[in-house]
Design a protein around this ligand. Structure first.
Ligand code: PMP
Ligand code: GLU
Length: 388
């Protein structure tokens, strides 16, 4: 049987496949330290688990409305108002099986064949493949210190440009856009009538700076923006698969139609758990931030002590994007080979920068214990020293 052209064009997710490989090696008894997964090492909070158990016991185990239960939509509406100063109605919200599915449904609702989608480099791995799946054309935008330069953005826009994908705090770089930068981007998108997907899934994992949503700069940009967010990172709920999108009602309705015919509603039990996550105590968040910040600083400082390695300090998310290109040689001459060799020789898993559009870098996640970080970086350092 022949595989469709559309499926053939798609690459597997390196973030997921390397993480799976590291787990497989661990199962075989190898002492692998994984800096691969973009996944909190904290457990889902007990009150959230209890809410899920209660939902099961009370028989909340049937289909719900495709786009999610009203109580959860209302809690999300409240969150947007409180955290982002944004007013939505529940009809402007869709809850999906992870932010990933929300992204897919929204992109599929906006993009026609050959429409151009501007994706700043470095980008999160799935944006490109989702755009390709929707038969759109990814157009890559170079950045400066990992941030969009407004004039470059404007130069990239043409008649076919439909969408910009913005991600702050950013995966893989951890950069956080400030108000001035976002306002400049918003102005250009409004001028050229370009829709914006603003992926804000790391909004709470931020170390000192303030998260601002681009949708909050007035009516015009609000109408053009679809915000993506979810429960995976803030509430350590990666496996529960719950994310959401907020935006113009007609886009949300269309995304819901796609969801009708693909997965129907996100898990009913998970939705009750997510409701508890949003409405229950939030005091785990500052604790998580404190711990991530401690690990971030240790990781960045340790990496910068290694000859040939340079890492800037991320302001958000839980990744360090480290430039290792000075260590390349005849044999190890790209980020994929570097990560492969690092895993095979030193049992340290990381993600090649090529997955994010920049082959000079690798991504190291600090969503793992301080002990693991210390052990992994010691091995990493020895591995790098051999390459000098
Ligand atoms: N956006 C970004 C930037 C991410 O890093 C991730 C990774 N989980 C997602 C979206 C998708 O999150 P999920 O599907 O787990 O909600
Ligand atoms: N988003 C996380 C990452 O970038 C999880 C894996 C994935 O969904 O790609 O590692």
């Amino acid at each position: 049987m022949k595989i469709s052209q559309r499926a053939q064009n798609i690459l597997p997710s390196l973030t997921l496949s390397i993480t799976a490989r590291a787990k497989e090696m661990k199962k075989q008894g190898k002492d692998v330290v994984s800096f691969g997964a973009g996944e909190p090492d904290f457990d889902t909070m007990a009150n959230i688990k209890e809410a899920a158990k209660k939902a099961i016991d009370e028989g909340f185990t049937k289909y719900t409305a495709t786009s999610g239960i009203i109580e959860l939509k209302e809690a999300i509406v409240k969150k947007f108002y409180q955290d982002n100063n944004l007013k939505y109605s529940p009809s402007q919200i869709i809850i999906s099986n992870g932010a990933k599915q929300a992204l897919f449904n929204i992109i599929a609702s906006i993009i026609d064949k050959d429409d151009e989608v501007i994706i700043p480099i470095p980008y999160w791995v799935s944006y490109v493949e989702i755009v390709k799946l929707c038969q759109g054309k990814p157009v890559f935008l170079k950045t400066n210190n990992f941030k969009i330069i407004a004039s470059d953005l404007e130069k990239t826009i043409n008649k076919k440009t439909k969408l910009l994908i913005l991600n702050s705090p950013n995966n893989p770089t951890g950069v956080v856009y400030d108000e001035k930068e976002l306002k400049e981007i918003a102005k250009i998108c409004v001028k050229h009538n370009i829709a914006v997907i603003s992926d804000e899934i790391y909004e709470k994992l931020i170390y000192g700076k303030k998260h601002i949503s681009i949708a909050s700069f007035g009516k015009e940009i609000y109408k053009l923006t679809i915000i993506i967010n979810g429960f995976s990172k803030t509430y350590a709920m990666t496996g529960w698969r719950l994310g959401y999108a907020a935006g113009p009602e007609k886009i949300i309705k269309s995304a819901s139609k796609i969801q009708d015919h693909t997965t129907s509603n996100p898990c009913s039990i998970g939705q009750k758990a997510a409701l508890e996550a949003l409405t229950g105590p939030q005091d785990h968040i500052p604790k998580m931030i404190f711990e991530y910040k401690r690990r971030r600083d240790f990781m960045v400082d340790s990496l910068n002590k290694i000859e040939g390695v340079y890492a800037s300090r991320p302001d958000g998310a839980f990744y360090v994007f480290a430039d290792i290109s000075k260590l390349y040689n005849k044999e190890i001459n790209n980020s994929f080979k570097f990560c492969e060799k690092l895993l095979e020789d030193a049992y340290v898993a990381s993600i090649p920068g090529s997955a994010f559009g920049d082959d000079k870098y690798i991504r190291l996640s600090f969503a793992t214990s301080m002990d693991n970080i210390k052990r992994g970086l010691e091995r990493f350092s020895k591995f790098c020293q051999k390459l000098i």
